[in-house]
Ligand binder design. Structure first.
Ligand code: HEC
Length: 112
């Protein structure tokens, strides 16, 4: 009985945690970047509509920052219309995977 309580408590702790680095999958994230690459990751790229502005570079940013930013777009805390539309279709797992992929990018460009 105590054993069972411990297992249930552990499961509750785990399920209460946001998608963490532990289950983030950078290679799964890489596949999901197909829908991001059109805007992010192109050196010096600027969108043409509705206004010309710089698209932030994601590679090398901290994973937790990327997840926070995506959640903020999804919740409406950040109001950028394009990114709101994109983030609305992402699950927590998608966000964690994408963040893991982009954060890992740092090691590729480090030392350059
Ligand atoms: C149509 C172009 C477009 C697409 C597609 C797009 N983004 Fe963005 N993204 C932007 C722009 C523009 C901004 C800057 C918005 C702002 O000023 O808030 C941005 C901002 C962000 C930010 C915040 C960066 C920062 O430095 O604060 C993250 C994280 C992000 N995008 C992730 C993604 C991911 C992940 C995808 C794919 C699932 C994606 N974006 C697809 C245009 C795009």
């Amino acid at each position: 009985m105590n054993m069972i309580n411990a297992v249930v408590a552990a499961a509750l702790v785990l399920s209460a945690m946001p998608a963490s680095a532990a289950d983030a999958d950078a290679s799964a994230g890489k596949q999901k970047t197909a829908m991001c690459a059109g805007c992010h990751g192109i050196e010096g790229y600027k969108t043409a509509f509705p206004a010309v502005y710089h698209v932030p570079k994601l590679g090398g940013q901290h994973a937790s920052y990327i997840v926070k930013a995506l959640q903020a777009y999804k919740s409406g805390e950040r109001s950028h219309p394009t990114m709101r539309a994109i983030a609305a279709g992402l699950t927590d797992k998608d966000m964690a995977d994408l963040a893991a992929y982009y954060a890992a990018d740092e090691t590729k460009t480090a030392g350059k």
